[in-house]
Ligand binder design. Structure first.
Ligand code: TYD
Length: 140
């Protein structure tokens, strides 16, 4: 079984390589499939910590490891997969209605997320059963 088509994919951003340090940039509507409404980041994450554990009704996101690494576990309601994020240039696009969990944070890891909407608690599905029920109500 495949993950629902296009629901999760890697997005590689440009990199300006330079002996003084590498530079990567992202432009809303150009490199990514939505206009950026919000940016947030996780830091000071204790090793052993687990984050996520929810899906979103409408939110689309792209997740980056700006420093260090962590694991992203993905579940589209049918199939589970996992991705290791460790390259600041490579983001993981996650569409709406995808369950995600994050763990295995390295010491000093920084996770940056580009989001298609502002924060809205009403957009979260925080119970797995609610996620599955909401999927069932969607045309697949
Ligand atoms: P949550 O999305 O559950 O974190 P994660 O998925 O990374 O484990 O958010 C944790 C808390 O932070 C929750 O109380 C909501 C709040 N929050 C905001 O106020 N604004 C935001 O943009 C985000 C992402 C979270």
């Amino acid at each position: 079984m495949m993950l629902r088509q296009g629901f999760v994919r890697e997005i590689e951003l440009p990199q300006i390589h330079d002996p003084r340090g590498d530079l990567t940039f992202v432009e809303g509507g150009n490199h990514i499939p939505f206009q950026i409404a919000r940016v947030y980041y996780l830091y000071n994450v204790p090793v052993g910590s687990e984050r996520g554990g929810h899906a979103h009704r409408e939110l689309e996101q792209i997740v980056f490891a700006l420093s260090g690494s962590f694991r992203m576990k993905i579940d589209d309601g049918t199939t589970r997969s996992e991705y290791w994020l460790r390259d600041p240039r490579k983001g993981l696009y996650i569409s709406k209605m995808v369950w995600r969990e994050m763990d295995a944070f390295s010491q000093g890891a920084v996770c940056m997320v580009l989001a298609s909407h502002r924060y809205d608690e009403g957009d979260y599905l925080r119970e797995y059963g609610d996620f599955v029920a909401a999927l069932g109500g969607e045309k697949r």
